[in-house]
Design a protein. Sequence first.
Length: 401
Amino acid sequence: MSTPFLPYGRQDIDAGDLAAVAAALQSDYLTTGPLVGAFETAFAETVGARHAVISNSGTAALHLACIALDLGPGDSVVVPAITFLATANAARFCGAEVVFADVDPETGRLTAETFQAALDRHPNAAVRAVLPVHLNGHCVDMPAIRAIAESRGIAVIEDACHAVGGRHQAGNNSLAPVGSCALSELACFSLHPVKTITSGEGGVTTTNNEAAYKRMLSFRTHGMVRDPAEFLQPDLGLDAEGAANPWYYEMQALGYNYRITDFACALGLSQLKRLDGYAKRRKELAARYDRLLPPLAPVIRPVPPAPGDDPVLHLYAVLIDFAAIGRSRAQVMKDLKAAGIGSMVHYIPVNRQPYYRQRYGASRLPGADAYYERVLSIPLYPTMQDGDVDRVVGALQALIP
């Protein structure tokens, strides 16, 4: 029997997931129905937030967070250069400008120093928000980021798309669940298939702010409002007795169709029930990599974690000295693929993308460049066996001359 291919990540769908989706497909609701609210309640309880808004993608989750803060033209947002495009794009969707921050060259993560440096480089920018990214599932130093943000009146939106199930430092030697918004206004998650849990496609934005929550609910559905207490045209919306007309709604702002289906939420709810198990297995696999990779240093070594955090990794990333092994990254990826092992690069610095270069000009962020030039994501997903980790490490070791 041939050796199975190990992708860098993949979903795990079991019989319970299939049954949950099948039941939803046979219900009265295919689009927005009762399972959306049920998933929101369960997710908020799981991460310890007051509110959760489910949308149809992680990108939508980030955009809704920016909308919740009423970001717009004239505002600026600090975004680390190492992230997926959506982190920066969400601000641009609102008309806000992006200030790219450098990152730690060893971790790819925003630090207090690189955050402050970005602010110092753009003293005239009206920075309203910062979007720290919990890259690969490793969290940024939230107390340090929050301290700088508070001192400048800057809101914090956590891009936690990689980090569901983890815990970060919250000050006073305590840990807070990622998504509890203990040190942020909002936190955003992705439910893409390679993430820790999935709804097929989907996103979640959590918050403890009631006004932000209601604003996101409205903008998720075309800017529509159905609460009679909030009608701007009660003469049209209410009958002679003051009750809401059953057909009536108001579009009070230009919103979006970011709704998610009930059957996607059925999958999300089913997956959420297994989050603890997924987290446990991901931690076990990551710990095995941590034990097996040190002999490959300094040529190949893991991206270091944040001290004191309790992460659940979405990706397992290594830093490779490609010059030392005499192979380009493209060749390494081909060699690994030939050995039945998938890999990927997370991410190209966003400030290098043509759209942003044309808008802001070329910029040099040495930490982001150094991280990008060495990073490679290797297989990590909960159905992997211990022997699969051994096989990946063996294939990496074989690359070293």
